[in-house]
Ligand binder design. Structure first.
Ligand SMILES: [Zn+2]
Length: 248
């Protein structure tokens, strides 16, 4: 991180004094909005490896990618009037996290929305760590931004096996956001199957677990009430791109 530079126009005060019809009036300096936007990006907790993800640099390789991109763009366009979140479902490496991150970065950039990214496992781990006696943070320190942000990305839903405690905690968070009409974007590798339908295929995790196995019936049904399902299929493009970059 570079040292923050002090604005030359306002010497960092965020205000400019101007003469208007003989009166001295204070106006917001343009650096104030820039700093505000930067603080929104800083608070969004987006992992470095995803920070370059935008809607414009998402590569659409098939129809499911094109549909997912279209829905993601529409989500940004509709915000804040958008009334449901998104549940991106698909195998590893098809760009689910790319799209979810791109959406919140676009919302910060164009709509000054307060957004936060959390990997499902990290969120659980951080909440659990507040229970240790020497923890500096309290549970509410961790949960407050997750409750309050306009849009939450919860990445890799179900990546940690559900215990009664995890299920209860995640339901509590998600349900609170639901009641407050706050939007959440989920990504998951776990297929969602109805009982009379089996969509599990080799693209998905080998364990054979479905979303319900991982997060439980109650949370799954709440998520369906608050999200549009966006299914993405295809090969692992991340792996393919990486392999193609290795030269021999
Ligand atoms: Zn300034």
């Amino acid at each position: 991180m570079s040292e923050p530079t002090v604005c030359a126009k306002c010497q960092g005060t965020g205000w400019l004094l101007e003469d208007a019809a003989g009166l001295r009036v204070a106006k917001r300096c343009s650096c104030f909005a820039d700093r505000w936007k930067q603080s929104l990006f800083d608070q969004a907790n987006i992992p470095r490896r995803y920070q370059a993800c935008t809607l414009d640099n998402f590569e659409a390789h098939n129809d499911s990618h094109r549909d997912a991109l279209k829905i993601s763009r529409q989500f940004v366009k509709n915000f804040p009037a958008q009334d449901v979140g998104l549940l991106y479902i698909g195998p590893c490496g098809v760009g689910k996290t790319h799209l979810a991150v791109a959406v919140i970065q676009e919302l910060i950039r164009t709509k000054d929305a307060a957004c936060i990214f959390y990997d499902f496992r990290d969120l659980i781990r951080e909440i659990q760590s507040t229970f240790t006696p020497d923890s500096i943070l309290s549970e509410s320190d961790v949960i407050a931004p997750v409750f309050q942000s306009d849009v939450l990305v919860l990445d890799e839903l179900g990546a940690k096996r559900t215990t009664a405690w995890v299920e209860e905690t995640v339901f509590y968070i998600i349900n609170h956001r639901y009641n407050q009409k706050k939007l959440t974007l989920f990504t998951t590798n776990y297929p969602d199957t109805d009982e009379d339908e089996d969509k599990r295929d080799t693209f998905y995790k080998k364990s054979g677990d479905t979303l319900i196995d991982r997060i439980g019936v109650r949370l799954r049904s709440r998520i369906y009430e608050m999200c549009k399902v966006v299914e993405i299929w295809g090969d692992d493009y991340r792996k393919m791109a990486k392999q193609a970059s290795y030269r021999f």
